[in-house]
Each structure stands twice: as C-alpha cells, then as structure tokens.
Design a protein around this ligand. Structure first.
Ligand code: FES
Ligand SMILES: [Fe+2]
Length: 317
C-alpha cells in the first residue's frame, strides 16, 4: 500500500491538555467596584472576589469553611473583610476567620487566599495546580496608563486557552481567515515565560488592502499583546482564562496611544481595531469550539513556528 495513503487513513489523535499554571485575568477592574463582591468561576473552582474599603482586591475560595455557603452570592464587604451571607462569619484578606457572631471563642477557620495583582484595568490571580508560588512576576500593564481607556470585548469558547495563543503564531490561517495576501514572514523567539513574534497583517473593511505590521508578545499562558499601527500604536490585550477543563473565557481590551495632534484619534483607532478583532474572534470561535488539540500534528513549512511555540507553552502545563 502507498505509505501516503496510510497517513490519510489514520485517525487524528487528539489530547486534552491540563489547565495551565500562570497569571490569569479573572475580572476587569470595572467589574469590581469598591465594596463589591463577585462570584468567579475559574480553573474549575468557585472563587469569590471583593474590593475592600481600602480599594484593594481579595480573592478567596468561595465556599465558607463553616457550613459551605458560596460567599460570592450575598456576601458583604465589612471594612476590608468579607462577611458570609449565611451566618455572618467574617474573613480577612488572608482568608482567616476574624469574627463569628455570638461565639465565645473564635474557631480556627480559613478559606484559601489567591495571589492577586491588579494592573491596567485587569485583576489577575496566580494559578498553580500544585499550589506552588509564582515562578514569574505578575503582569505589568502600567505602560498603557496614558493610553486610551480600554475598550473591552468578552466571549467564551469550548476549548483550551492554548488555542487563543497558538492562533496568533499560526501563519497559515492568516491568509484564509484574516485576509492576508500570503503567509507572512515571522520571527518567533522565546525567553523564559515570554515569547514574541513579528508579522504583517492585512486589514479589511474601510482599510481593505492596507497591510499593517503586527507584533505579538506572549507573557505566560494568560496574557498576550497584539501590537499594530494605525497612525498610532494600538494594542489588543488578550487574556484567555480557563474557566474549567475545556472551557475558556476570551477577554480582549483594546488600547491606543493618544496622539498630541488629535488625542481623540487614539479612541477612533482603538475602536477600528476592536471591531476587526471582535469580528475575527467571532468567526474563529466556530473553529475553536469544534476543533481538537492534535499533539502530533502534520505540519508544512508554513507552520514552522508551531512546534517552537508548543515547546515554549509546555512549561506552563
Ligand atoms: S456558612 Fe458561612 S457563616 Fe455559616
Ligand atoms: Fe486568528
């Protein structure tokens, strides 16, 4: 038999990847105002986030160690602490019980506390399957402080967060999915928990025919920037969050430089890119929802960055 035919006949092997370790954005800052309490589903777990009187965010395991109420539903902020909605036990920022109404003696009770870092309008937590402390510093988005306010978009897809990251280094799909004229020249390089890549990207709509330079920066499995230029620098900040095995929240925030000659133009540029990115993401979701992860893919020369990317990503799995 022709060996090539055997390859065609073979079933495609697929694999389920574990939830990765790293920093992940669970909420935007706007979703958690002062004294607010929010339930959060992430990493296959139930969490509760709250913002105390001091403005700082705390994230705890949501189920109360007393009799198991979910503190994200009806919990209240008292000072800088969280009060359970069921019997009003209170928990501090470390998850320790500090107050039990009418109790003569405080029981030793604690709920797990997550490492939190808020930057650039996003609230990140560190996830590690073994409970190990972060090997990398938290993300820093302070460089965008003088840029336009983020314009946000969010959606969910069935699949692993790797799909969102592998997508931006997958040169072959730029042509068929994003209207590029040919698979662009790419430079993929990895350094510790960060990786980067440069390419060119064809714009559509009103700017059809214009090719934008694009640079991608990946910071661990939970944050990636896609930088492009539309007279001013525009960055699509993408933060894929594993909600549970096989389900990902895909959050995008678009920010742009405010040019001195017409600061409002930054907002216009960000909105143009957001529309394009949201349009593409909507169509891409249909692929991600139904695709499988192929651990040993058949690749062509166009795909030469897929394996270096996967070797880099493997450190988070
Ligand atoms: S279940 Fe939380 S205080 Fe009782
Ligand atoms: Fe894409």
């Amino acid at each position: 038999m022709n060996p090539a035919l055997r390859i065609v006949d073979a079933a495609v092997e697929s694999a389920e990847l574990p939830i990765p370790n790293g920093w992940f954005a669970i909420l935007s800052s706007r979703e958690l105002k002062k004294k607010a309490v929010r339930p959060v589903r992430a990493f296959g777990k139930e969490l509760v986030a709250f913002r105390g009187d001091d403005g700082r965010v705390t994230v705890l395991d949501a189920h109360c160690p007393h009799l198991g109420a979910h503190m994200g539903y009806g919990g209240k902020v008292v000072g800088d602490e969280l009060q359970c909605p069921f019997h009003a036990w209170r928990f501090d920022k470390g998850g320790h019980c500090t107050h039990v109404p009418f109790a003569k003696k405080l029981p030793v009770a604690r709920t797990r506390c997550w490492q939190v870092h808020e930057t650039g309008g996003l609230i990140f937590v560190h996830h590690d399957r073994t409970g190990a402390p972060p090997a990398t510093p938290p993300p820093d988005l302070s460089m965008f402080a003088r840029w336009t306010r983020p314009i946000e978009d969010r959606s969910e897809y069935r699949g692993h967060p790797i799909e969102a990251a592998e997508n931006v280094i997958d040169a072959g799909h730029f042509v068929y999915f994003h209207g590029a004229r040919e698979p662009a020249a790419l430079d993929f390089s990895a350094n510790g928990a960060t990786a980067s890549m440069k390419t060119a990207f064809a714009l559509g709509g009103l700017l059809s025919g214009v090719t934008a330079q694009m640079a991608v920066e990946l910071y661990g499995p939970g944050l990636l920037f896609v930088r492009t230029k539309l007279l001013v620098d525009v960055v699509v900040i993408t933060t894929p969050l594993p909600i549970e095995p096989g389900r990902t929240l895909f959050r995008m925030s678009v920010v742009a430089e405010k040019p001195r000659w017409f600061p409002l133009f930054g907002r216009i540029a960000a909105e143009i890119i957001r529309r394009r990115a949201a349009y593409d993401a909507k169509h891409e979701r249909a692929i991600w929802e139904h695709k499988v992860y192929v651990p040993a893919p058949r690749l062509s020369s166009v795909d030469r960055h897929i394996q270096p990317f996967r070797r880099w990503y493997a450190q988070f799995l």
